[in-house]
Write a protein that binds this ligand. Structure first.
Ligand code: HEC
Length: 169
């Protein structure tokens, strides 16, 4: 065999080898967008709570002010017991727990939790701007922190709209 032919064969084999590695062995740079559950009719309470949690730790920016666990000098009530706290407050106010939770989100100044200052922004307004569906998911998650979850979708839309109407927002 001529030297040139041998060289061609070697180059071909090396090429084939690296093509194989590229195609089958290297991790593919595929994008896997996060699985998105839509908040729509038929969503379970568990799914709603999961989405609510994601919003509280993400888009909702709640953790800028709220600590997860009770700590000294905290600026806002701890999330891990906020459901229990709000259930107690709703009882004291003689209103439904659902009304109290939604009001805390869209008109935080209407009732200021004891020992804290009125500095929470209404979270359905810009810059946070949660949608009605997102407010329901967040409310369900908050209830799950120490209280029974009584908020569901789409059933709770009615009471959310009532709260929005009463608080002018
Ligand atoms: C700028 C700081 C700040 C941000 C951001 C913020 N909060 Fe608050 N939040 C507070 C403070 C302070 C209080 C206590 C005063 C009050 O009741 O309004 C409070 C109170 C609450 C209450 C009522 C607690 C009670 O016992 O009545 C809930 C519920 C709540 N926040 C949820 C949220 C959620 C959910 C988010 C994100 C979507 C959020 N907060 C974002 C500061 C904040």
């Amino acid at each position: 065999m001529s030297g040139v032919l041998k060289l061609i064969i070697v180059v071909f084999l090396i090429n084939a080898f690296f093509t194989y590695i590229g195609l089958y062995l290297l991790p593919q740079a595929e994008s896997h967008p996060p699985k998105e559950i839509k908040i729509e009719e038929g969503i379970t309470v568990e799914e709603l709570v999961d989405i609510g949690k994601e919003i509280v730790f993400g888009k909702g920016q709640c953790m800028v002010c709220h600590p997860m666990k009770t700590e000294t000098g905290m600026r806002a009530p701890a999330i891990s017991s906020i459901g229990a706290l709000m259930e107690k407050e709703a009882k004291e106010r003689g209103i439904s727990p659902e009304f109290h939770v939604f009001e805390a989100l869209v008109a935080p100044g209407a009732y200021v939790a004891e020992g804290f200052e009125n500095m929470m922004p209404p979270v359905h307004k810009p810059p946070i701007g949660l949608t009605e569906e997102e407010l329901i998911a967040v409310a369900a998650y908050l209830q799950s922190q120490g209280s029974r979850v009584t908020i569901s979708f789409p059933e709770s839309l009615k009471i959310l709209k009532e709260v929005l109407k009463k608080t002018g927002g």
